[in-house]
Design a protein around this ligand. Structure first.
Ligand code: BES
Ligand code: MN
Ligand code: ZN
Length: 499
């Protein structure tokens, strides 16, 4: 897919997208199209009940008087509410309108209405982002009916009076989009293909972007004492892996990095505490945290972010076999603390316990954010609209909340506290790996906090509700996997930690 930015010129072929705003009517490009077609747009508006409200669309096919094969008029909504996010949605809806069509080229000529919150180069770049997000597809494993699933779009042009500036604004956004696509691909990939080692191979391939990539196997992790992580993988035929991604973009070479830690359970059967069949479906996505971390690291490298960052990803497959971890086992984590395993399906926290400890002791980061599809309970609490946020640092929690709001990946903070921590007391070890009947997401976060050093600013994002979508699809997310977290972490870095 090719994205071009150019000054306004006559559209020579394909779909031509113009805008109208609520209370304003046709914006200049739309008025121009209306005139060229002898009033076809203004004639089509009443019968479509089109007034420019956001979400409204009028399509005029094979219009006389212009070379474009169709004109699509997009409602931009109220000018004062038309911001970057609204522009992305408008572009995504326009691309969606071409689903099933034979169009190969698409030209946006969307004017910012007076009073809009986005205009010029930024408007052009965000239109491109919205369009690109909607073109995502995962058709790797289809051999039939590709026509139904594949867009024919090859060329998207955004007309703007600020083409050069738009190209500059697009470069970092394109890096974000590509990071999201990588995360989506990994989450969509079936678990027979995406083993821990295959995930690690795909991580290694990112060294071409300038990332330093290191992979630890089971022998190296055993030497480090990472028995909490290793215990989860011991019932699998596939070798567990720890992937470390480093990006050194800060002007201060030795600046302490920001660290992102991801849960990478390539398949979660539950282990001997086996999940029921319906609960197992979709558990290929239990590496959604790891996918967000690798997508973010790729984005930071490609856009050459002025930050030192490190990604640590614990990769395992949670399977039951004769060598599998048992409920009642006790393991010693890398931190030295012992854990009584009472449910082998509470495995994500075991993987993170060692990955968090490794990240802190090895890299002395200025902050750690972990992402994990950790608990079903977070879906009960927050549904698929917000990720759960837990933190020992109000500043970091605030910065994550703000970044989430800004990019449409909202997070909602939940409490931590000693009364919850008590629920992890074990009869024979330092802790058990499950709490009681209630507050399952909080006790999971309490467990993680036991592997966070006092001085470390830490946040945990429980993304079990947002890493994939079962319900109605969001405008910018055409696939099952969402790529959630890449945009949020990129924004967190861009707004707070670059020099
Ligand atoms: N990967 C699951 C959490 C999950 C559930 C993610 C549903 C997405 C959708 C996690 O490993 C898990 O199994 N958690 C258990 C914890 C329990 C055994 C304490 C859960 O949520 O039931
Ligand atoms: Mn589990
Ligand atoms: Zn899991």
């Amino acid at each position: 897919m090719q994205f071009n930015f150019s000054a306004a010129r006559t559209v020579a072929s394909g779909a031509w997208i113009v805008g109208a705003a609520e209370g304003v009517g046709l914006l200049p490009a739309a008025a121009k199209a209306d005139k060229a077609t002898g009033g076809a747009i203004s004639r089509a508006m009443p019968s479509s009940q089109f007034t420019g409200k956001s979400g409204q669309v009028v399509v005029v096919l094979a219009p006389a008087g212009v070379a474009a094969s169709r004109i699509i008029v997009m409602g931009l909504g109220k000018p004062g509410q038309f911001d970057a996010g609204a522009a992305e949605t408008v572009a995504a809806v326009a691309v969606d309108k071409l689903k099933g069509s034979a169009e190969t080229t698409l030209t946006f000529e969307i004017d910012a209405p007076r009073g809009a919150k986005v205009k010029g180069a930024a408007l052009a770049a965000h239109l491109a982002l919205g369009a690109k997000m909607k073109t995502y597809a995962f058709n790797q494993y289809r051999t039939k009916n590709l026509d139904e699933h594949e867009s024919k779009l090859a060329d998207i042009t955004i007309m703007t009076g600020e083409a050069a500036a738009a190209r500059r604004a697009w470069a970092p956004l394109e890096a974000v989009a590509d990071g999201i696509f990588l995360a989506r691909d990994l989450v969509n990939e079936p678990p027979n293909v995406l083993s821990p080692q295959e995930f690690a191979r795909r991580a290694r391939a990112l060294s071409k972007t300038g990332l330093k990539v290191e992979v630890l196997g089971e022998a190296e992790m055993a030497k480090l004492g990472m028995n909490a992580l290793l215990g989860v993988g011991q019932g699998s035929e596939r070798e567990s892996q720890l992937v470390v991604l480093k990006w050194n973009g800060s002007r201060k070479k030795d600046a302490a990095p920001v660290a992102f830690v991801g849960k990478g359970v390539c398949f979660d059967s539950g282990g001997l505490s086996l999940k029921p069949g319906t609960g197992m479906m979709g558990m290929k996505g239990d590496m959604g945290g790891a996918a967000a971390v690798i997508g973010t690291m790729r984005t930071l490298a490609v856009r050459k972010a002025r930050v030192n960052a490190v990604g640590v990803i614990g990769l395992v497959e949670n399977m039951p076999d004769g060598n599998a971890q048992r409920p009642d086992d006790v393991v010693k984590s890398m931190s030295g603390q012992t854990i009584e395993i009472l449910n082998t399906d509470a495995e994500g926290r075991l993987v993170l316990a060692d990955a968090l400890w490794y990240a802190q002791t090895k890299f002395k980061p200025k902050l750690v954010v972990d992402l994990a599809t950790l608990t079903g309970a977070i879906l009960v609490a927050l549904g698929q609209e917000n990720a759960g946020l837990f933190s020992n640092d109000n500043g970091l929690a605030r910065r994550l909340t703000d970044a989430g709001k800004a990019v449409g990946e909202p997070v909602w903070r939940l409490p931590l506290g000693p009364a919850y921590d008590k629920l992890l007391k074990s009869k024979i070890a330092d802790m058990k790996n499950i709490g009681g009947q209630y507050a399952g997401s909080i006790t999971a976060a309490q467990f993680l906090q036991r592997f966070v050093q006092e001085k470390t600013a830490w946040a945990h994002l429980d993304i079990a509700g947002v890493a994939w979508q079962d319900a109605e699809k969001k405008p910018l997310i055409p696939s099952w996997s969402t790529g959630w977290g890449v945009r949020l972490l990129d924004r967190l870095v861009a707004d707070n930690y670059e020099d």
